[in-house]
Design a protein around this ligand. Structure first.
Ligand SMILES: [Zn+2]
Length: 171
């Protein structure tokens, strides 16, 4: 789930839920000279698309997750999480558009810094070892291994006759 929102300042806001983190990316400038910054916030898994509000002084992002409701504040180039619920009575709601994931849409034109891999926690935790069906043979069986001279089947040291073809085994 990723959303973008064009701000009046010419900035574009991207929001994406990765695991329990909300990735906020703010870009500005033209395609050639694009500046971007990105912050991750621990918000939980989105329950619904985020809401973007514009107040007189700042942009407020509201994230509703299964765990809690979080507010992020955006002022100029600074993004931060608010500890208290802001007053949004006079705020405008800015439209959000769903978009490609931030990672995929930015990889080709991201010259700033390597992608942060620290928040990629999406691998499945489950690892199955497969059924333990391999017969390795016990170590002592290997040390006393013999083969029937007649048919080539493996026989035990203690066998006097090959269990496969019945040939008498040499001592
Ligand atoms: Zn044999």
């Amino acid at each position: 789930m990723a959303y973008q929102c064009d701000l009046e300042t010419g900035q574009r806001l991207y929001l994406e839920n990765r695991g329990t983190q909300t990735v906020v990316r703010l870009t500005s400038g033209s395609d050639r000279q694009q500046q971007s910054q990105q912050s991750n916030f621990e918000t939980g898994n989105w329950r619904s698309p985020p809401k973007v509000f514009r107040t007189a002084t700042e942009i407020i992002l509201r994230i509703d997750s299964a765990q809690k409701q979080s507010f992020l504040s955006l002022q100029a180039q600074r993004i931060g999480m608010l500890n208290t619920s802001p007053d949004l009575t006079d705020a405008d709601v800015l439209p959000l558009q769903s978009t490609e994931s931030i990672a995929s849409s930015f990889k080709p034109i991201e010259p700033m810094k390597p992608m942060q891999m620290g928040d990629m926690q999406m691998q499945p935790m489950e690892m199955k070892m497969g059924t333990m069906h391999m017969k390795m043979g016990a170590p002592d069986a290997q040390s006393t291994h013999r083969f029937c001279a007649q048919c080539g089947e493996s026989v035990r040291e203690s066998d006097r006759f090959c269990s496969h073809c019945g040939t008498k085994l040499a001592d």
